[in-house]
Each structure stands twice: as C-alpha cells, then as structure tokens.
Design a protein around this ligand. Structure first.
Ligand SMILES: Cc1cc2nc3c(=O)[nH]c(=O)nc-3n(C[C@H](O)[C@H](O)[C@H](O)COP(=O)(O)OP(=O)(O)OC[C@H]3O[C@@H](n4cnc5c(N)ncnc54)[C@H](O)[C@@H]3O)c2cc1C
Length: 494
C-alpha cells in the first residue's frame, strides 16, 4: 500500500460508497476509512438487477448468499428476457450460459442455422439457463456437476446499501453524517479536505468520490469533462415504481420490454416487483411515459412513481490527483444490462491492485487505469447499442432513428465481422463475452450474410444428432429442477 494513502475518505453512502468502503477496509486494515453521507440528500435507491460478477465480489468479502438474500429481499437472476425489441411480439433471452462451441466448424449456432430443422426448435433450447428461465425454474450449479452457467441476483438497492453498511461498520469503517458544502483543493490540485454544512472538516489522503450524479469531487471540484454518449443512447429519464406482485410468477429473470420511446424493466423481488420505464425525453413527454409505466405494473403501485434524470456517458478520467470516482459520479449507461454495479466492482478491483502496488497520480499505471475504465464503458456502450440498432421496428421515431444511426466505429466493425464471416470479434476490456454477443445477434434474428464454408464440415446427420442430444439433455435436466420460488424458499430457510 502506498503510505501516502493512510486516510481514505469515501464520499457518499449509496451502493457504490458502501461497496467501496467495505472493500477498502477489508483490503487495507491499517488505513482509516471514513465515509461521509447525507441522509437528507439520500441515495438514488434504484438498481435492483445485477451481473454475475457480484458473486465473486461477495465471495471476496465473505458474504453468505442466504444472509444476503434475506437482508435484501433478493431473488435469483439467470438473465434478461427481451420483449418487442426486434418487432412487436418477438422475444428472446440473454442468459449467462452458453450455446456449446462458438467458433470453428463445430460452432453449435452455425450447425443449428445450417440445418434449419424446425423440429430442433429455437437456438435458445440449446442453452441451459434460457430453458430454465423460460420455465421459471432455478437451481444453483454445483461443483463439477456438468451444469455450466452463471447467475446473478435481483435485490432491493436501498436494503443492499444498508446491508453493506452494517458489514463496513463491523470492519472498522467510520461513518460521518453531514452535507458536504465544499471541497478545498491542495496546491497540487488534489483535494485537501471536505467542508460540511455544520462546520466540520474531513481531511483525507485519498478520496473515493461515490457521490452519485452530483459527482461532487471529480465533476464539480476538479471539473473533469463528461464524455457524452447520448447521440447513440438517447434515453435520459426513468420513472421507477414498485408494485405488488399480485400472484405473478417469481421469474428468475429480469424482463425488458421495448416501448414507443424507450423500454420498461420488470424485476421480481421476493416481496414485490420493481418496475421502471427508461425513456428518451426528446421522443415522449414525462407524463405520457409515466402512464406507459403504470400500464406495465404487476399489481397495485406501492409508492408514487419517481422520476430520475441522467445522461449516458462518463467522466473522461476516473482517477485524477487524489480523487477516484466510482459509481454514478464516474458515469452512467442506461440499466438495460444491469452493468452499473459491475462497473463499480471492476473499478474497485483495479484500484485496490494499484494501491497495493503503491501507484501514484501521474504514473503510467494511473493513466492505464483511466484508459482501462474508459474502454470498459465504451465496450458496454457498444453492447447496449447492439440491442437497439438491429431492430426491425419502424413504428415510432425512436426506433426509426436507432435503426439508421451512425454507429461507433468499434461496433460497426464487430457487426461487419459477424455479417461477413460469423466472427464474434472481441476487443480488450470487454464487459460481455462472445456468447452474450451471440445471444443478442440470434435473438434479434441477425445472422451472417453467407455461411462460413467450414460449417459444412460436420455431416448433416451427425450435426442433427448432436443438436438433438444437447437439446434433450438440457430439457431432461431442467425437468428435475425446482421452481425458482421453491428453490429460493429452501435457500432462505438455511
Ligand atoms: C433508473 C436507474 C436504474 C438503475 N438500475 C440499475 C440496475 O438494474 N443495476 C445496476 O447495477 N445499476 C442500476 N442503476 C445504477 C445504480 O443505481 C447505481 O450504480 C448504484 O446505486 C450506485 O449509486 P451511487 O452509490 O453511485 O449513487 P447514490 O446512490 O446516488 O449515492 C450517492 C451518495 O452520495 C451522497 N451525497 C451526494 N451529495 C452529497 C453531499 N453534498 N453531501 C454528503 N453526501 C452527499 C448521497 O447522500 C448518497 O449517499 C440504475 C440507475 C438508474 C438511474
């Protein structure tokens, strides 16, 4: 650990703040970690769907799965069901599982497509968690039992922050309640101390800016430029509203339904359903967007709908002087693929590694941190755009514009490589692997223009037999699994 960073101050007590405080207190027990938050300002409190990497984060921190699920009204998530994205009535799954081999002559998707046998059913039937999700079943994969897939969780974001707070305080983090009114700079440009509204001063050597959209330190005090992605990702508002579940099934997946000027999420928690409508204000007014959300609810609204405003993009640099921004203060991409908490985790992992190695601002390692985070935002941006730009919808201006937009060059190349040769090109710092890209291409009915000649190397009968066997074995495995609801109850009872 760089001895210059003995006093670490975390600004903000939302998900990002408490994740950061817990992780830093665990990694650096000899440093003091102080977190400053303001109950009066509160937290953003949305963010109920996660990405599988959260399980690795919990493992490192020693978080017990059942305890976490009980504390946060959590459920299991196998992936996302997309409705109406390609066209009205069409749906597909993006799950955290595979479709067999991805490349070469035996690429399973390629054989499936080449045969074109209706009897085989959709490609989804070759993917274990997609079949589980479609039947509402869940069972965690056991070590070495051949059921290979990953999973994540849905949870109440406010309860998650509270859960992490208890853990952080147990690990020695000091919490200070108060509203920050100023961040006073040092001669070298870094932050010397924070001034609170009641006159207190909080000094630190390293400041983790987890102040949410306010971006108090990196944005406001250091004035780091915001890189705007809104020309590709125009959604800039969300209405969020919890509802009663009203007997609706406890699905082990998030649902994202494309609407006239955006999309609606449905996230099943153990005691209610989280709903939201993410929309572009240049295509629809706020009131109409709220009405569209209300039509999506599972049951009676449990609170007034809440409006959130944002703009897709990120700060140009993430670590500047002695300030590192994590969470919404560093940037935001719409929550279509639940990547915000993942980005916090990714930043934290890199930061801890660099702090352990004694990195200092101005060094190449810190420049590489910034470049790595920037790339990761860009890769996820491209993946999200893919969901939109392949649409066949032309029924509203948003969809017409999304279908004809000029793509970032990085994404245009990937789409070209797929169309030309069925190649799932991957850059560095990808947030999503080739299987995920395949799931979106396949789900949107977007296939290579000409078949790779090597796909014909497998004799027709052999390919058919292999695909039937895989499909039937998946179906047989899923038939023995409990419903998501029953499995969750058994875990909560542990
Ligand atoms: C509509 C929407 C849906 C989302 N859905 C998902 C999802 O499904 N999955 C996912 O991973 N992410 C999602 N996110 C993102 C997710 O909510 C955030 O990444 C996550 O909650 C972290 O937020 P945060 O901690 O950065 O900010 P916040 O929760 O806003 O916390 C900011 C903290 O800073 C404090 N603060 C601010 N100003 C001051 C001040 N002056 N003085 C003192 N304290 C201050 C606040 O009090 C608060 O404690 C979503 C976001 C939005 C907007």
């Amino acid at each position: 650990m760089n001895t210059a960073y003995k006093r670490i101050v975390v600004v903000g007590g939302g998900t990002a703040g408490w994740m950061t405080a817990t992780a830093l207190a665990t990694a650096f027990p000899v440093s003091t970690v102080e977190l400053v938050e303001s109950e009066e300002i509160g937290i953003v409190g949305v963010g109920e769907a996660s990405f599988p990497s959260i399980r690795a984060f919990h493992k490192i921190l020693g978080i017990d799965e059942a305890q976490f699920l009980r504390a946060t009204d959590g459920t299991f998530k196998l992936g996302i069901e997309f409705r109406d994205w390609r066209e009205a009535g069409a749906k597909y799954f993006h799950t955290f599982g595979d479709f067999g081999g991805l490349s070469g002559p035996y690429a399973l998707w390629g054989q499936h497509r080449r045969l074109g046998e209706a009897e085989l059913g959709a490609l989804d039937r070759q993917c274990l968690p997609s079949v589980m999700a479609s039947q509402g079943r869940f069972m965690a994969p056991g070590p070495g039992d051949g059921r290979q897939f990953n999973y994540a969780y849905h949870f109440d974001a406010a309860l998650y922050a509270a859960f992490l707070r208890t853990m952080a305080l147990q690990r020695g983090v000091r919490r200070s309640e108060g509203r920050i009114v100023d961040a006073v700079r040092r001669a070298d440009g870094g932050i010397a101390h924070l001034a609170l509204a009641d006159g207190r001063v909080v000094e630190g050597d390293l400041f983790a800016d987890c102040s949410g959209f306010a971006s108090l330190l990196l944005g406001r005090a250091l004035e780091e430029r915001y890189v705007d992605f809104s020309r590709w990702l125009p959604v800039d508002r969300a209405w969020a509203c919890p509802s009663a579940r009203n007997g609706a099934a406890l699905t082990p997946s998030t649902r994202c339904t494309a609407l006239e000027a955006g999309w609606a999420w449905r996230i099943p928690l153990s005691n209610r359903t989280g709903h939201g409508h993410v929309f572009a204000s240049r295509y629809i007014d706020e009131e109409r967007a709220r009405e569209q959300l209300m039509q999506q609810l599972d049951g009676a609204a449990l609170a007034d709908a809440r409006l959130l405003r944002f703009s897709a993009g990120h700060r140009e640099r993430f670590w500047v002087h002695n300030v590192v921004a994590l969470g919404l203060s560093s940037g935001f991409l719409e929550p279509l693929e639940s990547t915000s908490i993942f980005l916090v985790q990714s930043g934290l992992g890199r930061l801890i590694e660099l702090l352990l190695a004694g990195a200092r601002p101005g060094q190449e390692a810190v420049a590489a941190y910034n470049a790595g985070m920037r790339r990761q935002f860009e890769r996820i941006r491209d993946f999200i755009i893919l969901h939109y730009c392949l649409t066949a919808r032309r029924d509203s201006q948003l969809w017409r514009d999304m279908a004809s937009m000029e793509l970032p060059e990085t994404l245009a190349f990937k789409i070209h490589a797929w169309r030309q040769a069925g190649a799932l090109h991957q850059y560095d710092q990808e947030g999503f692997d080739a299987t995920s890209w395949l799931a979106i291409h396949a789900g949107m009915g977007h296939w290579p223009e000409r078949a790779d000649p090597s796909l014909h190397e497998m004799p027709h009968e052999d390919a058919l037999r292999a695909l039937r066997m895989r499909r039937d074995s998946i179906a047989a495995t899923v038939a023995t699994m409990p419903s998501h609801q029953d499995y969750l109850h058994s875990v909560l009872a542990r």
